[in-house]
Design a protein around this ligand. Structure first.
Ligand SMILES: Nc1ncnc2c1ncn2[C@@H]1O[C@H](COP(=O)(O)OP(=O)(O)OP(=O)(O)O)[C@@H](O)[C@H]1O
Ligand SMILES: [Mg+2]
Length: 332
């Protein structure tokens, strides 16, 4: 990864050049360990690298789009790790305001001072700023983002006085991510013309197994094989959910992240007790349900689809995964 993303790029400044707050956003090189460089990620990394290597700081903005859980954020974060730069990620779908991103004027001891928002702080001191679900950004947020990317400046608006401009650090890289969904939503042309969007396709099953095994291994602290039946079944569950997702039967929020959590739980139980039983699976299903409940987009019948898929799949795998006939989708 470092060879693809770290060479000739901005960054790699000594840590002490950053403020303590920024230093806390720099992840150690050891965090590269769990990253699985699939062919798709490799290609995306090469394209990004080519772009970031251009002398013009205006080219230090890129886009990554694709279905959930394809590693858009992971790739952006790995870039920051390779460049030893702070990484900050913000989600536009949480109705974030432009002031929250860029900051505003505050009164300190009778004097007005500029208090930069978190995105602006990273942008001004040099880092990787990841802006997610940019298709949901409201117009004022889009304007603020466009200013940072196109003009390389942070606009701080203050009521009753003129706006202040703070330069974006030349090293700063902006990564925009979005999920085109079933309607193929893309950001507006003004932004698209500034970034070179790269599609991250859903991983194939073998890559999924590698990624899941890597995520579960780092969560558990011991090495879990890609071929472990639990990992294989969880990857297959992801493939089937992807197929359901295509038909829009499952809302988009159910991702590999959720499945990694479930695989992690089942792995823990299996190691603890030497086997799995229906209760373990029922708890795993409850966890999936709880995750669905956190995502308001998911409907009751979509949850049932999810449970049925889980039940059928783990049942097909037979006693290897310790599931017996008694557990049905009603447990969900
Ligand atoms: N190449 C990889 N190697 C190891 N783990 C990965 C890889 N890609 C993704 N992951 C893991 O898969 C999960 C989902 O990845 P990530 O959050 O980057 O997806 P995303 O494309 O940003 O999804 P969303 O659209 O839902 O935001 C994370 O736990 C991440 O650590
Ligand atoms: Mg993401």
């Amino acid at each position: 990864m470092a060879a693809i993303l770290g060479e000739g790029l901005p960054g790699n400044r000594p840590r002490q050049d950053y403020s303590p707050a920024m230093q806390s956003l720099i992840k150690p090189p050891a965090a590269r360990g769990k990253y699985v460089l699939t062919k798709a990620h490799q290609l995306a990394a090469m394209l990004i690298n080519e772009r970031l290597n251009q002398a013009d700081p205006g080219s230090r903005a890129t886009g990554l789009y694709g279905p959930p859980g394809t590693g858009k954020n992971e790739l952006a974060e790995q870039m920051a790790i390779a460049m030893e730069m702070p990484y900050y990620s913000v989600d536009c779908s949480n109705s974030v305001s432009s002031e929250a991103l860029t900051g505003g004027e505050v009164l300190v001891g009778g004097e007005t001072k500029t208090a930069l928002g978190p995105v602006a702080q990273v942008a001004a001191s040099g880092g990787v700023v990841c802006i997610n679900e940019v298709v949901s950004a409201d117009p004022s947020v889009m304007t603020a983002l466009h200013d940072m990317v196109a003009e390389r400046r942070i606009t701080v608006n203050a009521p009753g006085s003129e706006a202040r401009y703070i330069p974006v650090h030349p090293d700063t890289v902006f990564v925009f991510t979005w999920n085109p969904g079933k309607n193929g939503e893309m950001p507006g042309d003004a932004l698209l013309s500034r970034i070179r969007p790269i599609e991250l396709p859903p991983p194939n099953k073998a890559d999924m197994q590698k990624q899941l095994a890597s995520t579960v291994s780092s969560a558990r602290g011991y090495s879990v094989a890609d071929s472990d039946p639990l990992i294989a079944a969880s990857a297959e569950l992801q493939v089937r959910l992807g197929q359901l997702y295509k038909k829009n039967a499952i809302a988009r929020e159910v991702t590999s992240r959720h499945l990694a959590g479930v695989a992690n739980w089942l792995m823990h139980r299996r190691v603890l007790r030497g086997k799995l039983d229906n209760q373990d699976h029922a708890i795993a299903l409850k966890q999936l349900a709880a995750l669905c409940d956190q995502s308001p987009g998911i409907l009751e019948d979509q949850k049932r689809d999810l449970a049925t898929t889980y039940y059928n799949l783990f049942n097909e795998q037979g006693t290897k995964l310790g599931l017996t006939k008694q557990l049905g989708p009603d447990e969900f």
